[in-house]
Design a protein around this ligand. Sequence first.
Ligand code: 13P
Length: 260
Amino acid sequence: MPASSRRPLISGNWKMNLNHYDAIQLVQKLSYLVTKDDVERVDVSVHPPFTDIRTVQTALESDRIPFFLGAQNCHSDDAGAFTGEVSPAFLSKLNVRYVIVGHSERRQIFGETDEFVAAKVSAVLKHKMHPIVCVGETREQREAGSTLDVVAAQILGSLAGRESTQFLDLVVAYEPIWAIGTGLTATAADAQEVCAHIRGCVATTWGADAANSVRIQYGGSVKAGNVPELMAQADIDGALVGGASLDADEFARIVQFPSA
Ligand code: 13P
């Protein structure tokens, strides 16, 4: 368990995988594997594609499955002429609890800026949901030794406008881009170094209480085999899991991580 009193949060980001039929199967299988005891010590969220959200909501609520519903993105406005976008107001109506914002795939493939991410964070909080704000460096940036500067700039830019009291509701995910979907994981020590730096940036700008309350996840090729060591780090409070969250057995083992 993390050394802190922050509650662990293990999130499954399904990305653009699984249609709504597949989604029901995965959630139901997970609900048999993840026990009541597990969800007493760990918060679990699943982040299906938008087309599955209503179906997964119904499955979770009708079977009283104690996972939080998540989304992978949203727009910053509640409504309007934004063809193809998804309103945070509508997500909150579906009892979505966590919304991933600023995932590196959104930043890199769809050109999302820190400014846009910051506007989305405001929108998610306004609707009483919890943003999971992603930051992380490229392989080139790591090799150039600029990881800590890059991540600090993303934190300051993506969390611009936040009040200190909002950090209880905020999650940051440190996802080194070179570790996503590659099978390469940051060592637990490297991940801890960056997560501690993130907490330090929050402390400097928003104060010690904000830094102590914000939950920081690590993401990037998390598996059952590497999660115990990651979760044993003082500043890592959870995991944002991509590929391994599509496999019910593997994701359940991640949720059930033993203390290292
Ligand atoms: P993988 O776990 O597949 O590396 O993906 C990580 C990720 O991007 C989660 O948001």
